[in-house]
Write a protein that binds this ligand. Structure first.
Ligand code: GLY
Length: 290
């Protein structure tokens, strides 16, 4: 049985210097996940480990390196799903946690599907997760982005930046049993309203996995949410489309519905992969062992 993993580190108009660093970070994360798959580990373990690696990489807008809210806080969203069990774990507005995806995995293992804000923090405490300081998550780059956005008094801050990027990280994988999993994590959008939740922790929107396909998305969260982008791709694979055809079809559909942009990564139960985006570029990496 072939194993495969695809990861992404966001889509948008990304400068050549940052593309190089970002692609390197994606490849590193894909290799971390692949080592788990090659050793007979589960797709769920692989996507969690790959996303953790990107959360720890300050070049990505997730975990360390997350963007700031209009109040200067960091509120993160994450979701993880296992295809053959349809078990899901998600968090919205989680604060002061280094690896939201690891906490989302604990939610998946609990009776709950999604926890938010204060209740999510309480759950982290109950699970013995150590809290960090805001400074541990904050990078100089994101602080400078926030200062510029604040100076313009806008919540559509990304429009201010030459490098317009939808910062989200994600991974999809299939393991040696043909089981699928998907994970997505983000700091959201720069200068967002406190409490704003994007697509990343919403099942069927920013991530989805079933018995046929696993999907992770990056893009303007409000559109990916109302268009349930991830679930549309799973349904397309379920009706016989290849991973690549399904990715292309749904990104084309996105383009008919909104001027906002984004990208998706997909893997199917046979280890076929797909990726598509309608922004200028998307940072991604993959590894396959047929
Ligand atoms: N796609 C990430 C977000 O909009 O929050």
């Amino acid at each position: 049985m072939s194993v495969a993993i695809v990861v992404h580190g966001g889509a948008g108009t990304i400068s050549p210097e940052r593309i190089g660093t970002g692609m390197a970070g994606c490849n590193e994360a894909a290799q971390i996940g692949m080592r788990i798959l090659e050793q007979g580990g589960t797709a769920l373990d692989a996507v969690e480990a790959a996303v953790r690696a990107m959360e720890d990489n300050p070049n990505f807008n997730a975990g360390t390196g997350s963007c700031l809210t209009s109040e200067g806080n960091i509120e993160m969203d994450a979701g993880i799903m296992e295809g053959h069990t349809l078990q899901v774990g998600a968090l919205a507005g989680i604060e002061l946690v280094k690896n939201p995806i690891a906490l989302a995995r604990l939610v998946l293992q609990s009776p709950h599907a999604m926890l938010i804000g204060r209740g999510a923090s309480l759950f982290a405490e109950e699970q013995g997760i150590a809290f960090c300081q805001l400074e541990d998550l904050l990078t100089e780059r994101q602080y400078n982005n926030w200062k510029r956005a604040q100076a313009q008094h806008t919540t559509e801050a990304e429009d201010l930046f030459e490098e317009k990027k939808h910062g989200t990280v994600g991974a999809v994988a299939v393991d040696s049993h043909g089981h699928l999993a998907a994970a997505t994590s983000t700091g959201g959008i720069i200068n967002k309203h406190p409490g704003r939740v994007g697509d990343s922790p919403l099942v069927g929107c920013g991530f989805y996995a079933d018995a046929n396909a696993a999907i992770s998305c990056t893009g303007y969260g409000e559109d990916f949410t109302r268009l349930t982008i991830a679930r549309r791709i799973a349904d397309a694979v379920g009706t016989g489309k290849t991973a690549q055809e399904a990715a292309d079809e749904v990104i084309a559909f996105l383009g008919t519905q909104t001027k906002e942009t984004g990208g998706v990564i997909v893997v199917d139960k046979h280890g076929n992969t797909g990726q598509a985006w309608n922004s200028e570029n998307m940072m991604y990496g993959s590894a396959q062992n047929k």
